[in-house]
Design a binder for this molecule. Structure first.
Ligand SMILES: [Zn+2]
Length: 173
């Protein structure tokens, strides 16, 4: 009896919300669902001032202003631990350590990204293809194809270390 009463109350409450905000229950549930979804494309939207508040000046310069770190200086250039590289801006998982290879180019190189994690955009001059975090749009670097590195995709995702945040693989218990 108590349960059915509370169900009725909830129904009336939903009706009340609907009449106030003009939202139907389907719309309400989709709003709720979107708040728990992780790293859906375009799911992280912040203005420049919000990004400045959470990023270091160097992270802001590279992620939000398409900067490039000086070659050979990045934290993950010569780094081969097992784990996941996430976006330094929004933490979305981007690359697995199993796709990292030594390209000798001065930046971390990967031959493939986690499916759906990045977007590709051809630069205005048509020469290079920019890669970005799909969730927050943060600039990662560029992708090059057909260089003959002998990787499964023949691609080199040339990513700034500053754009990445590494998380070690959880040790199996
Ligand atoms: Zn991101």
């Amino acid at each position: 009896m108590i349960i059915s009463n509370s169900k009725i109350l909830f129904f009336l409450f939903t009706l009340l919300l609907s009449s106030i905000f003009g939202l139907d229950s389907i719309c309400l549930s989709s709003v709720l669902a979107s708040t728990v979804a992780m790293a859906a494309p375009g799911s992280v939207q912040k203005g420049d001032e919000e990004w400045r508040a959470v990023l270091s000046p160097e992270q802001f310069r590279i992620l939000r202003q398409k900067g490039t770190e000086y070659p050979g200086t990045g934290e993950y250039v010569n780094f081969d631990k097992e784990g996941i590289y996430g976006c330094a801006g929004c933490k979305a998982p981007l690359y697995k350590s199993t796709t990292k290879f030594n390209a000798g180019c001065g930046w971390p190189a990967f031959f493939d990204a986690i499916p759906g994690a990045i977007t590709r955009t051809v630069d205005a001059d048509g020469r290079r293809t920019e890669i970005n975090c799909a969730a927050c749009g943060g600039h990662l670097g560029h992708v090059f194809k057909g260089e003959g590195f002998g990787t499964p995709t023949d691609e080199r995702h040339c990513v700034n270390s500053v754009s990445l945040k590494f998380t070690p693989e959880k040790s199996s218990l």
